[in-house]
Design a protein around this ligand. Sequence first.
Ligand SMILES: NC(=O)c1ccc[n+]([C@@H]2O[C@H](COP(=O)([O-])OP(=O)(O)OC[C@H]3O[C@@H](n4cnc5c(N)ncnc54)[C@H](O)[C@@H]3O)[C@@H](O)[C@H]2O)c1
Ligand SMILES: O=C(O)C(=O)C[C@]1(C(=O)O)C=C[C@@H](O)C=C1
Length: 368
Amino acid sequence: MQKSVLILGLGLIGGSIALSIKQEYPQVSIIGYDRDENTLKAAKKLGVIDDKAESIVAAEEADYIIFSTPVIQTLELMNQISTLSLKRDVIITDVGSTKGSIAAEGERLFTGSNGVFVGGHPMAGSHKSGVTAARARLFENAFYILTPTSKESAEAAEKLKVLLKGTNAHFIDLDPQQHDSLTGVISHFPHVIAAGLVRQAEILQESQPLTSRLAAGGFRDITRIASSNPAMWRDILLQNKEELLKLFQQWQGEMDYVRTMIEEEDAAKIYTYFLEAKQFRDGLPVKTKGAIPAFYDLYVDVPDYPGIISEITGYLAEEEISITNIRIIETREEIYGVLRLSFQSEADRMRAQRCIETKAKYDTFFME
Ligand SMILES: NC(=O)c1ccc[n+]([C@@H]2O[C@H](COP(=O)([O-])OP(=O)(O)OC[C@H]3O[C@@H](n4cnc5c(N)ncnc54)[C@H](O)[C@@H]3O)[C@@H](O)[C@H]2O)c1
Ligand SMILES: O=C(O)C(=O)C[C@]1(C(=O)O)C=C[C@@H](O)C=C1
């Protein structure tokens, strides 16, 4: 493919998109634009882009334009770029976490001789940001939502799927409003709850300094996303206001229900509440990346002594089993170290389990 792609915003998502396109199509020319000069320099140095764009006028040479900026900036940049002399058949997309206003503005601004717009949203990410966190495999097996709103943009969506083949994502077409309603529930609202839980702990910390030291395990799991970029989440909440306001009302009803069960000491209802939540959570697809990323994790109950990690990784290295991640679960750090090892596939995880149980005789278990 001999095309030129302009990516505006070279952070976690823009950088990862750039790397995945380059991996699939080395001949495609990737031009990067970012308002931060250090990001541009780093992107060039890391091989994320082929060339830096001095200004947004570079859009006039592009066959594809991808907005990877925070959602409010995307709206502003879309307006600026729509005034340029773009190629007639340029395909324009974005990666923003909200779609309602971006898709409507895209359809309004890019029509006829001014290219065609199709909204996009790769449903994978991280609480990390910036070009140094970008990875070609970030979107592997994740859902990548496209929101075509016309016959022309549906055709453009098919071409985009070809360009973005290297993401190895699963493409899915949705209506922009449906997108915002779904992501409101499974992404945006959870970020509000995570931040709320952290703030609640922070208030307690003032009178109980032990709070932060005891906040481990479950608290850390449910609040990881509270470490996300605050400016990005401010903009997402403002753009998905209507959906979020509906969700607040639902949530307040839900919490009132839980509070009443506890007030009334209704053990049976409380049990059913947790059981139903567990059943739905356990039924979520964990083997494929989606709203909840999948990992092939193996937990190893190891004694806490120096050198234990190198002992275990040494056994795995002898059998050439690659580990994608390794972590000691903090809650048990001072009693036993529970080591969590992540693998690329179920086959690797099974081999690792056999290897550790045979060579080291430590107990291993899965948590699914
Ligand atoms: N982080 C995630 O988990 C995630 C996942 C999917 C989609 N998204 C969406 O992707 C977009 C980018 O998020 P990110 O996580 O890559 O953020 P990021 O902070 O890592 O990167 C954003 C980049 O945009 C640049 N930028 C900001 N305003 C600009 C402007 N006016 N002109 C040029 N460059 C500008 C910044 O300098 C930065 O390099 C957002 O719209 C977000 O909603 C994020
Ligand atoms: O894994 C995370 O840290 C994320 O929050 C990723 C996440 C999500 O909510 O699932 C965040 C925002 C995006 O628009 C898509 C993905």
